[in-house]
Design a protein around this ligand. Structure first.
Ligand code: URA
Length: 269
């Protein structure tokens, strides 16, 4: 028995080393064996290649990416308003993220304020609450924006590039960002903001593109093209989760907030 327990403890330690920091299901799923795809009423894209036990940080390769992206674009463009867009995202089955997340996290805040913040992806707290930026980094974000007189209750709308939480809070892959980008573009086009703030490197790279990292992009206004809306000024800034780990960078984030405040004061809403 003692040996059994130490073998189990070693297996658990190995999982932790691989980055599996929480249980996603009530019972373990054997991802080393090839499973029959469950029968679905409607036609589905070709099944993915046999699944192997994936390290949480490893990129998810979507074998079906191009058709799935085209489907995402079709669904997004057909949504006439935010409620329909949220329903379309909820019904979109092409990403495994939906299987492991608890709640869809859509945007919230003031839709006609002219200002929209875009973050990366829900974390554990957001996944539980079904609301963006409500955990520790969201609370820091709220305090930072309050320091320049801005809140989601009065002055901005806030959402994420991904509507589902990546398991273990790993960084979204490029494929995941590309898959959900049509839904985000449509959300922006429906809100029609005058300015965007891109919170963190994933949002900045997803919307601006290119190879520059967030430390180079931040603090300057860039132009991003939103299908169906046109070009918008976008200000990348450091992610509050990064600031929690690197408080010395709060000085840079403060400079970014002042740049935003100046822009709003010069040309309000
Ligand atoms: N980090 C994000 O980028 N978005 C959230 O909603 C929460 C944490």
């Amino acid at each position: 028995m003692a040996q059994d327990i130490s073998a189990l403890a070693a297996a658990l330690a190995l999982q932790c080393d691989w980055g599996a920091d929480e249980a996603l299901l009530e019972s373990p799923a054997d991802r080393l064996t090839v499973r029959e795809a469950p029968a679905r009423p409607e036609a589905r894209p070709a099944p993915e290649a046999p699944t192997r036990l994936a390290r949480p940080a490893a990129p998810v390769v979507l074998a079906t990416a191009p058709p799935a992206q085209a489907r995402a674009r079709e669904l997004a463009e057909a949504a006439p308003d935010l409620a329909a867009l949220k329903a379309a995202i909820a019904a979109f089955d092409a990403s495994p993220l939906k299987e492991t997340a608890t709640n869809l996290v859509f945007g919230e805040g003031i839709t006609d304020s002219g200002l929209m913040l875009i973050g990366e992806a829900p974390g554990a707290d957001e996944d539980r609450a079904g609301r963006p930026f409500v955990g520790a980094s969201g609370q820091l974000l709220d305090r930072m924006f309050a320091s320049v007189g801005l809140s989601r209750e009065s002055n901005f709308y806030i959402t994420n590039i991904l509507p589902w939480r990546p398991p273990g809070n790993r960084t979204p892959t490029d494929a995941e960002v590309a898959l959900f980008l049509p839904f985000l573009h449509r959300q922006v086009a429906l809100i029609r903001p005058k300015r965007l703030v891109l919170v963190g490197g994933v949002a900045a790279k997803g919307l601006i593109g290119g190879k520059e990292g967030i430390t180079r992009l931040r603090g300057r206004w860039h132009e991003v093209e939103i299908p169906g809306l046109g070009r918008l000024p976008a200000l990348p800034t450091l992610h509050p989760a990064y600031l929690l780990r690197s408080p010395a960078s709060k000085r840079d984030a403060w400079a970014d907030l002042l740049a935003l405040r100046r822009a709003l004061d010069q040309a309000p809403g």
